[in-house]
Design a protein around this ligand. Structure first.
Ligand code: NIG
Ligand code: FE
Length: 412
């Protein structure tokens, strides 16, 4: 494929040379003023000032008009966008005073989405998920993690994982799938939590490996889901089989993050209930802390202690948790900006949380920064100053999106 020079951009924020963990000041962000990017075979071949790059002969040009700020495509490292049906009834019950856990204990909540998702045929589920994936791409998300977890039987979990893979094939967004069969114990399973987790290990995970459907396993550790004691042998065995683990940890109560640190989980997600002890442990670990402001906004609950996690040394990623129950909004940029204001995150920390550090949460060293050799996933905002992206609290969306160097969204 031919080389193409894209630009000029008023500012390029490549997100390079930043610390992998802990606080980041805006002054640490490299900025290329009046910059350009050379793209070849879907990757970045060069990134520099427009003046330098445009002096090379024989490169075709894609001219960008008006003031634009360019940055890496956003990465949403935690979603549940593969689902059918609505949970608007849960929402109405919550605003009338019932809690998320009470609704779950009464048999609603996640189980409602399981019923709808099981009843949906594969084509319907595919169509619903594709629509959500296209919305994410239009919002500048070029890689999205998507969990199963509304199937909860071998056949329905495989159906979900196949749909998630198909969405990545059919849409111009990369999907990274995760098996969340350990979301809750399904009502129709005869046996206790440990027996259900054993069934996942014995029957489901080998099929997932045989079909190469995912290398990631997640579990929801909570009193209404799975206790720490049952989760530990499950996660150890999943790791032994070769899966990378990630945990829905400390959403309402503690215990899970400590286990995750002990096992060396790739990421610990939620952390709204984490206290000083957990924060210190996570901060000195190699686990990525993935906070989910969309779940706090959806449930009307406090944000996870993002500032404290960074100050304790954590690698902080921010994801939308888009799901039909606790986080139906699905607007990563808006949620990250709103949490950034509440938690006093620098613009650099918030941006890192949805680009480079989100890539770390998914173990993807090929993206999240704009640098020669990396995938050319890039987004441009109609701004002169990169800080506008957070200043406008997510209302200003990217007007141009490139996936693998191809322009998939242009200004009208
Ligand atoms: O991350 N906490 C558990 N799982 C999801 C919610 C799923 C649902 O309510 O459907 C979450 O918030
Ligand atoms: Fe979640």
């Amino acid at each position: 494929m031919e080389k193409r020079l894209i630009g000029p951009f008023r500012q390029i924020i490549p997100m390079t040379h930043l610390p992998g963990k802990g606080p980041v000041a805006d002054e640490q962000l490299p900025i290329i003023v009046e910059g350009g990017v050379v793209v070849e075979d879907g990757k970045i071949a060069a990134i520099d000032t427009w003046e330098k790059l445009s002096s090379f002969p024989g490169i075709s040009r894609e001219i960008v008009s008006g003031d634009k700020v360019l940055m890496p495509g956003l990465i949403d490292a935690h979603t549940h966008i593969c689902y059918a049906g609505s949970r608007v009834n849960d929402y109405a019950m919550r605003v009338a005073g019932k809690s998320y856990l009470e609704i779950a204990a009464a048999g609603g909540g996640i189980w409602t989405s399981v019923s709808h998702t099981r009843a949906a045929d594969k084509d319907h589920l595919l169509e619903e998920t594709r629509i959500r994936a296209r919305r994410l791409l239009a919002d500048g998300i070029t890689t999205v993690e998507v969990k199963s977890g509304y199937g909860l039987s071998v056949a329905d979990e495989l159906k979900m994982l196949e749909v998630i893979a198909a969405v990545g094939e059919m849409e111009k967004i990369d999907t990274i799938s995760t098996c969340l069969a350990a979301h809750i114990k399904p009502k129709d399973f005869a046996g206790d939590e440990s027996a259900y987790l054993h069934m996942i290990l014995a029957d489901l995970l080998p099929k997932i490996q045989a079909r190469n459907l995912t290398r990631r396993v997640d579990i929801f550790i909570e009193e209404t889901a799975f206790p720490v004691a049952a989760a530990e042998p499950f996660l150890r065995e999943a790791q032994r089989m070769g899966f990378e683990i990630t945990i829905h940890a400390d959403q309402f109560s503690t215990g899970a993050s400590e286990l995750g640190v002990k096992l060396g989980a790739r990421s610990l997600d939620h952390l709204e209930a984490s206290g000083e002890r957990e924060i210190a442990m996570i901060g000195s670990s190699s686990c990525v802390a993935v906070v989910l402001p969309g779940a706090s906004l959806g449930l009307g609950m406090p944000f996870a202690p993002a500032r404290k996690l960074l100050d304790a040394g954590a690698c902080l990623a921010i994801a939308s948790d888009w799901n039909p129950g606790s986080a139906p909004m699905g607007d990563l940029l808006m949620q990250a900006a709103v949490m950034g204001a509440a938690e006093k995150l620098s613009v650099a920390e918030t941006l890192a949380g949805i680009t480079t550090r989100a890539a770390m949460a998914l173990g993807l060293p090929d993206r999240g920064v704009l640098q020669p050799g990396k995938i050319a996933d890039m987004i441009a905002f109609p701004a002169r100053d990169y800080r506008d992206v957070m200043y406008f609290q997510g209302k200003m969306k990217p007007v141009m999106v490139w996936k693998n160097g191809r322009n998939v969204l242009s200004e009208k």
